[in-house]
Ligand binder design. Structure first.
Ligand code: SF4
Length: 294
């Protein structure tokens, strides 16, 4: 009998290259250092079913990695494990634990609730200090900022949402910059924002979708602070990207022409160097930056 069995679900589509589960290996080494017995099963290479490994090791906990490409398989594994042993405790890792929360009744026990998130802040601050002292890249500040923002928005009335009133202060830049098309043709601003209403390339052109009500509504909501639930639970890496863009835009704002006269000089210079279209675009960008409006 062991304490924890960690499993890496197989990716069924064959889209991604098979990679060793280094994340699980890292967790396992930490657990072993703390005298917790642990085994890893990588279903990318193992052929024997989950039932075999559960009978062999009889773990008290089952840890499952849930990434985008294994999210359905990981849920199936969780259900299979519960059918095999209803007392096994499942720990679900990866962004889909909280992004698609909760994916089933059993997962509710492990998804952090608002009051529990508050308690995490102290730990996050310690982790941030540690990472900085070791010179490691981290996204803890984005996580902290996301948590702060989440509670501000939840407790706010529309007046308190005034800081969400411009393009630069938007909660996220993804719907302004990118779109993602799923295998069945549905279109989303990113790889996270999936609802029944997502438009499809089988019914509309990309131009219609990009300028259509679905995308416009998300952009408006992110600018005005009426943040959709999916965005509230968005993973930190994408939110960090938005913060990086915001910082760059703010820097551009500091460097850009401060008066209409300075703008006119720059317009003429740009016109001479790169033509009318480029000069007009520059003015449009200036207006975005200066007025903060779309
Ligand atoms: S906040 Fe996250 S889910 Fe929402 S649009 Fe941005 S990347 Fe997508």
């Amino acid at each position: 009998m062991i304490d924890i069995l960690l499993v890496n679900p197989a990716e069924k589509g064959g889209f991604f290259e098979k990679m060793p589960p280094q994340g699980l290996a890292s967790i396992a080494s930490f657990l072993e250092e703390h005298d917790i017995s642990v085994k890893i099963v990588d279903f990318e290479i193992e052929e024997k079913p989950l039932e075999h490994w559960l009978s062999l090791y009889q773990p008290k906990f089952l840890g499952i990695s849930g990434t985008t490409h294994t999210r359905f398989e990981s849920i199936r594994i969780a259900q299979e494990a519960k059918n095999f042993n209803k007392d096994i405790i499942i720990i679900y890792g990866g962004i889909h634990a909280t992004l698609v929360q909760p994916f089933n009744k059993q997962a509710e026990e492990f998804v952090l609730r608002d009051e529990e998130i508050e308690k995490c802040k102290e730990t996050l601050l310690k982790a941030q200090t540690k990472a900085e002292s070791l010179g490691l890249y981290h996204t803890f500040n984005a996580v902290m900022e996301g948590l702060e923002r989440k509670s501000t928005i939840k407790n706010s009335n529309s007046k308190n949402r005034e800081h969400y009133n411009s393009f630069i202060s938007t909660y996220c830049f993804e719907p302004f910059l990118s779109l993602t098309i799923s295998a069945e043709g549905k279109v989303s601003p990113c790889c996270m924002f999936w609802k029944d209403e997502n438009p499809s390339v089988l019914e509309h052109t990309l131009n219609e979708i990009w300028n259509g009500s679905f995308f416009r509504d998300i952009r408006n909501r992110l600018i005005t602070g009426d943040i959709p639930d999916i965005c509230m639970n968005c993973p930190s890496q994408l939110r960090q990207r938005s913060e990086n863009i915001r910082i760059e835009l703010q820097k551009m704002g500091e460097k850009t022409a401060n008066t209409p006269l300075a703008l006119l000089v720059r317009f003429i210079n740009r016109l001479r160097k790169e033509g009318l279209y480029s000069a007009l675009r520059r003015v449009k960008e200036w207006l975005y930056i200066k007025t903060g409006k779309l």
